[in-house]
Design a protein around this ligand. Structure first.
Ligand SMILES: C[S@@+](CC[C@H](N)C(=O)[O-])C[C@H]1O[C@@H](n2cnc3c(N)ncnc32)[C@H](O)[C@@H]1O
Length: 292
């Protein structure tokens, strides 16, 4: 298999995510207890798009520290989580052991894992990813083709992510970043931030605790501004069929702009700003020729 583009960039992101994940988890009170008592970190948007997952084989790509992966396992799926961050996967494995919720976690670059799974002829009913996945991908076509290859016929990818339009704005809601990123990495010198501390209780369903203060990430991070056309075209080019596409005028839990209006765990732009899409959801299925 060919090398993923920008492996150096992926490795830089691994270091940045290792540092940030430790800070993020420091703010979340006893997560094992929360999950053991039946708590879930999932939101209604992904639950609605996923539907009934009981008995399904599900792989959660870019699963970070595994809280959503284990919440999915609690719904009856057999789950595998994949993430490039050592810190995240170590935490996820411990959380699985501490809660007794079974899951398999792999520390790997998503491109390497998809290649290896295809070679092992591993197959899944559902590929899931959410809340900050697409922006870390350096090659959308290769990502979509890899996903298509590990899906059974009739299987589907469910993704809920930040909308590319929302990612054009800085925290002051100034138009700051290009919509058409053309696959060029955008460098964040300050690295992955402690957005969990900035978002507070909405992002910590197990309870917020002070944790790491004034976190400064020593490792720069690199993101990609993929526009919607590029994301949907990559899925279509890989042979998947788009079954659902949704846009939402709020972020779930993430306070990415100043002065966001909170409605429960939903974050809306301030009232003075006209509505625009903050998240999107997509379901794309691998056609089953036996059912054509
Ligand atoms: C914003 S988090 C996703 C949050 C996740 N949905 C959850 O359940 O918490 C983005 C994740 O992407 C991972 N990541 C970034 N680049 C990656 C790559 N090339 N391969 C695998 N994981 C990657 C990071 O380590 C990080 O955990």
């Amino acid at each position: 298999m060919s090398e993923p583009m920008n492996r150096d960039v992926h490795e830089a992101n691994r270091r940045s995510w290792n540092a940030a994940t430790a800070a993020h988890n420091s703010h979340k009170r006893d997560q094992a207890d929360f999950l053991r008592r039946g708590g879930s970190t999932l939101f209604p948007e992904e639950l609605g798009l996923l539907g009934n997952i009981a008995g399904r084989r599900l792989v959660h790509l870019q699963c970070n520290a595994g809280q959503d992966t284990l919440s999915l396992a609690r719904l009856g799926a057999t789950v595998t989580g994949v993430d490039i961050s050592d810190e995240a996967i170590e935490f996820a494995r411990k959380l699985s052991a501490d809660t007794g919720i079974p899951a398999t976690f792999h520390r790997a670059d998503v491109y390497d894992w998809l290649d290896a799974a295809r070679q092992r002829r591993e197959q899944f009913d559902i590929v899931f990813c959410s809340y900050g996945c697409v922006c870390w991908l350096s090659d959308l076509d290769r990502w979509a083709a890899g996903i298509s290859a590990v899906l059974v016929p009739g299987g589907r990818i469910v993704a809920v992510d930040f909308h590319p339009v929302a990612l054009m704005f800085d925290e002051h809601l100034n138009l700051a970043f290009p919509y058409f990123g053309k696959g060029e990495p955008l460098q964040w010198g300050e690295g992955v931030s402690d957005y969990v501390a900035a978002s507070g209780p909405a992002m910590t369903p197990s309870g917020y605790q002070e944790g790491v203060q004034s976190f400064k990430n020593p490792h720069a991070a690199y993101e990609f501004q993929w526009h919607l056309g590029a994301i949907l075209t990559a899925l279509l080019r890989s042979g998947l069929r788009i079954d659902q596409f949704c846009e939402y005028p709020f972020f779930n839990a993430a306070k990415l702009y100043n002065d966001m209006r909170e409605e429960g765990r939903r974050m809306y732009p301030p009232d003075r700003v006209p509505s625009f899409p903050l998240m999107f959801g997509v379901v794309a299925a691998k056609p089953d020729s036996n059912k054509a």
